[in-house]
Structures are given as C-alpha cells and as structure tokens.
Design a protein around this ligand. Structure first.
Ligand code: CU
Length: 608
C-alpha cells in the first residue's frame, strides 16, 4: 500500500451517508439532504428518489466546505461583457488574424472565480497551485501495462473488475474534499473549464471554454486519462481501466446495470428516472420534453443514423468533426463552432440529467456533469470514436496546426501533483498506455432513405429539380429578414456557390451548410434540426436523406454567446437529387427552446 502514503487516508467508520453536493455551492442553495422528491416531466407519478449510501472508513467528515480561491471572490459573469450589437458582425469575420495566432495556454489559475449556471454561482476552482511547481506532462513509461477499456455493458459482467471499479470510486468519494483527486474536485475540473470560472493564461480579458471548439476532444481525453489513473492508484492497480458507454452499438444503448444499482457508489440520484428503466435506450435525437415515441428497432435505427451523420457523411473534414480553431485572444462570447464529435455527444447529457431540475443536474449541465460516474464512461466512448473516425479515411486525421498541438491545460495527476499537458502529447492514446477493446461498428455503412412524405415529392421531386426555391407550397422567409428569433419553423432559400459539381470537385471540396450567428443563453437547452428540400410541415429525422443535422446546447455558463453550426451536405445534395439546383431550401425546425435563440443567417460554403 506504499502508493497511498502521499495522501491522508480517511480513517474510522462513521459517515453514514455521503452527501455528494453540499460543498459545491456554499453561497447558493445546495441540496443538503440526498433524498429528493421527483416529478417527471412526462407527468409520471411523484416518486421518492433513492438515496445513495456510501460508508467511508473515515472519521473525517468529507463534506468539509472547500473555500473559493480567496483572490477571486466574485463570478466572472459581471466582469466580462456579454454580447453587444456587434457580435453578429464579429462572428462573420475571421477572428484569427496573424497577430492573434497563439495556442490557448490553459487557464490562469490565479484568476479563477466562481462558476455560473442559471442564476447561481458555484465554487469550482481547484485547490491552490500557489507555490507548487507545475510539472510538464510526461508520457507514461512504455513498460507500463496498457489499460484496456471495455464496453460497460460487457465489463459489468466481470465481477472481479466490477468490484475494483466500485472500490475505486468509493475510495475517491471518501478522499477529503481538499484532495485534488477527490470525487468532488474531479467534478469541479469540468465545472471550472466549462462554466466561466477561468480566463486564458495569456489573455486574462478572455474567458476559457473548452466546448464549441477543437479543444473539446483533447481536453476530455486528458481529463478521463487522469481520472482513470487516480482510480487505479486508489486501489493500487496499475492495470485498472474505465469502461466506456458503447452507445453506438445496440447492446450498449441502455445505461449499464451497474450504474443503476442504488446501493452502488456508481449510482447518481440526480438522473432522469424515466431513462433508467431496463427498456430505456439512449436517444441520440433527444428532444427533451417531446418524448420520442419509437419502437426499440426505430430507436436503434435513429441512433445509428445519428452516429453515421456525425462520424461519416457529415464529418468528412477536420473542421466539421473537431470543431473550430480556437486560439488565445478569441473573444469569450464567440464560440466559433462545435464539431460533430461534440454534437454527437450532446444529447446523452440532456437525456441522462434530471430535467425536472432547473439546471438539469447532474449530466444535464456542464457544471455538475462530472459528479455522475456515467460522465466519464460517456466520454470514454467519445474518446474512442475519435480514434475510430481517423480509421474511416480520406481527410480524417488530426489537426497539425501549431496552435492546436501546443494548446495546454492543467490537471492534477494520480499523485496529486499539478501537471501541464499539451494537445500534441495526447494524439496517440497507445502512447498514453490505454486502449479500447474492438467493437463492431454497425452504423458504419448506414443506409439512409428518402423522406416518406408525399408532399416532399410534390414540392421538390419530378421535374421540379432545377430550382427548388420556386416551389410554391413552401413559404419562404427572405434572408433579408435575418437575424430572426427562431420561435417557429423557418424555411429559407440559400444559393449554392457552385452547382453540378463533378465527383472530383466533390472530393476536393465539401459543400458545407453554415447556420451562423446562433445567439442564446449558455445555460439554456436549445435544440433545432436542419433539413434540406424537405416538407416543413413534416420534417425528416436523422435517418432520412433530407436531414442535415441538429444544434443542441448543453447548459453551461450563464453568459449569452454566439456560435455557428457547420454541416457537411456533400452527400445529402446528391442523395436528394439536387446536384443541379442553384439553391436549396433550408428549413430550421425548433425542437427545444428553454430560452430564446436568434439566427443571423444561413449560407453554403465550399471548403477544402
Ligand atoms: Cu460531455
């Protein structure tokens, strides 16, 4: 047990139940008990939420409040400007002039302040780094065993491994709260990086947000890398590997049983109970209060379609898969665009979280999602799909941009030592001494089908292919009426930069549909779908040719922000027979609007 010498082991066995959240929000109104009453959004009967009992071998109360960073007592919400009238203009410009081209060099820890979510603030800053040497990350020794991550629904059948996993999570829950490896401190990592607690080290006038950009995948890779190594250390097992939530395979779509056992340290009471039934399959096209009425077969098909869209047809190039380039100096309210890897992962957050709570805890808000063990398992699959994407071929490889490779983050490692990591050291997970068990990819050659609506054929089919915009049955909103509030279905005719492209031209450049200047509150769930040459009265789902993609915001900080949605429609245009059309009719279909959203416009680009 020598490896435990470096931290204070909890002692004595008195804590009857471990309250998971109170210390997170001393200045707000945290739940101080762990039995909650729940009213499901679909009007189910009220039920009492199962409490979670964790008995720590400890005399130390593990709900000791962790103080904020004393130098930064207030939230940044009031310190940074929200979006002004010029924001839309700024978004349409390239914000990355040569003078600004520098890698994002992690957060300024000294300037960490309380995070925001809704009208509350939360203490999410890490334990002070003051006077501590921050090491540069070193890849683990090549002699270390490779940790093999297995799908959760299969790994859970192995009682020896499951026991280790539960013991490790329990040990993490029982660490003192000021230990940077403790359960609550690990959850705070996500909160601090995602809910407005940090500014950039090299430009403290600018906030730091690791979503909606190319930082999304590498940040989360390192996050669960350290989390996994901490768990292994806590049970003294250097081979310990996390499972991954294999939701891109039919068998893995329900939440794995081990997370639903209310007596287990893997359980989180703050989830949507309606989605923890044995028959509940994750819905990758989740519309929150509009429950999908699908058979199991239909849900599996829709999920495969969503994975296919975000991994294959809509993710031919790096910008659309990874998300926008993000460099030091990029203004905080302008989050250029998320990649399809992130878009693919968003619905699970909303689907798992408790939608009866204003902030959607735990998984439904970035400030709290790290409190659910499922978070790390969900992100394991996202991390795995990064690797899978690179095997699909053509232009699917990592960015080699200097500012990507040298972007850096700060983490605490398994020895509670602060480490500065750079993106370039995480591009090959095998060098990080972990890997994934191979799984079939049933979505890989998904066959989409045409929209079933006869109306679509009437409007856009037959001889009516030369200029779909002239179709009389669709009420078109002129582009000059943008920006507009997206509070109902909107169809707009958008000119294509080039029609009748040859196969070689399609190979050389993707046709990308850009919904730009999407403005919303960061802490609101907003979802809209985008369909092309489709019937606005009966818009298609993800398994149809006409469906281009969806925008979904997972609630995070409470600032207003603007972003873009980029959808590769090269395949779509061919599928719907619109190759020779001058224009496409793009329909935006609002699905969830917990807050207002405005759209500055829609355009089509050709992109290398
Ligand atoms: Cu996530």
């Amino acid at each position: 047990m020598a490896s435990f010498a470096s931290f204070t082991a909890p002692s004595a066995a008195t804590a009857a139940a471990y309250p998971k959240t109170p210390q997170l929000s001393a200045a707000t109104k945290p739940p101080t008990h762990i039995t909650h009453h729940y009213s499901s959004p679909a009007g189910h009967r009220r039920r009492t939420r199962q409490p979670l009992h964790i008995t720590c071998d400890s005399t130390a109360p593990n709900n000791t409040p962790v103080p904020d960073n004393p130098s930064s007592p207030t939230s940044r919400r009031d310190l940074l400007l929200g979006l002004g009238a010029g924001a839309t203009t700024a978004l349409t410009l390239d914000p990355f002039s040569a003078a600004l081209a520098r890698p994002v060099r992690g957060p300024s820890i000294e300037a960490c302040v309380r995070a925001t979510a809704g009208d509350q603030t939360f203490a999410c800053c890490p334990p002070s780094f003051a006077g501590v040497d921050i090491m540069d990350f070193q890849l683990p020794s090549a002699s270390e065993p490779v940790r093999i991550r297995r799908p959760a629904h299969l790994a859970g059948l192995d009682p020896v491994w499951l026991d280790k996993y539960k013991r490790a999570i329990k040990a993490m829950r029982c660490l003192p709260n000021d230990d940077p490896r403790s359960y609550i401190q690990q959850a705070r990592v996500h909160c601090a990086y995602c809910n407005g607690a940090y500014v950039q080290a090299d430009d403290t006038n600018k906030g730091l947000q690791i979503h909606y950009s190319w930082l999304f995948l590498p940040f989360h890779r390192y996050y669960i890398y350290f989390y996994e190594r901490i768990l292994g250390k806590l049970i003294d097992d250097p081979t310990f590997a996390l499972p991954f939530w294999n939701w891109d395979h039919e068998d893995g779509m329900p939440i794995a049983d081990m997370f639903k056992d209310t007596e287990s340290p893997l359980y989180d009471p703050l989830r949507n109970p309606a989605h923890q039934l044995p028959t509940s399959l994750l819905d990758l096209d989740y519309n929150k209060r509009q429950p999908a009425v699908r058979t199991k077969e239909e849900q599996v098909r829709v999920n495969y379609a969503v994975v296919y869209n975000n991994m294959v047809s809509g993710a031919k190039r790096r910008l659309e898969f990874f998300g926008a380039k993000y460099r030091t100096g990029s203004a905080v309210p302008v989050r250029q665009s998320s990649g399809s890897c992130e878009n693919l992962h968003n619905p699970a957050h909303i689907w798992v979280g408790d939608s009866s709570r204003a902030l959607g805890e735990d998984m439904g808000n970035f400030y709290s999602s790290g409190r659910d063990p499922l978070f790390y398992v969900h992100h394991g699959n996202v991390d795995r799909l990064w690797n899978v994407w690179k095997t699909i071929g053509k232009f699917r490889f990592d960015f080699d941009d200097y500012d990507y490779l040298n972007a850096s983050f700060l983490f605490y490692d398994e020895n509670a030592k602060p480490v500065r990591v750079k993106v370039k050291d995480c591009l090959d997970n095998k060098l990080m001494r972990y890997d994934y068990e191979e799984r079939p990819l049933p979505w890989r050659n998904f066959q989409k089908t045409p929209a079933s609506s006869a109306t679509v054929a009437n409007i856009f089919g037959g001889e009516k292919t030369a200029n779909a915009a002239e179709a009389p049955a669709v009420e078109l909103t002129p582009l000059t009426e943008f920006p507009l509030a997206l509070d109902s279905v909107v169809s707009v005719s958008v000119a294509r930069p080039k029609k009748s492209r040859t196969a070689a031209e399609k190979e050389a450049q993707s046709e990308v549909l850009v919904v730009y200047g999407i403005e919303l509150q960061g802490d609101k769930v907003v979802k809209f779908d985008v369909v092309v040459n489709d019937d606005p009265a009966n818009p298609s789902g993800p398994d149809k040719f006409e469906y281009a993609g969806s925008f979904l915001n997972v609630p995070h900080d409470s600032m207003k922000f603007a972003t873009n949605l980029r959808l590769d429609i090269t395949d779509l245009v061919g599928d719907i027979g619109a190759d020779d059309d001058d224009e496409l009719v793009v329909t935006l279909v609002p699905r969830v609007a917990d807050g207002p959203v405005t759209i500055a416009g829609v355009r089509i680009e050709l992109q290398n």
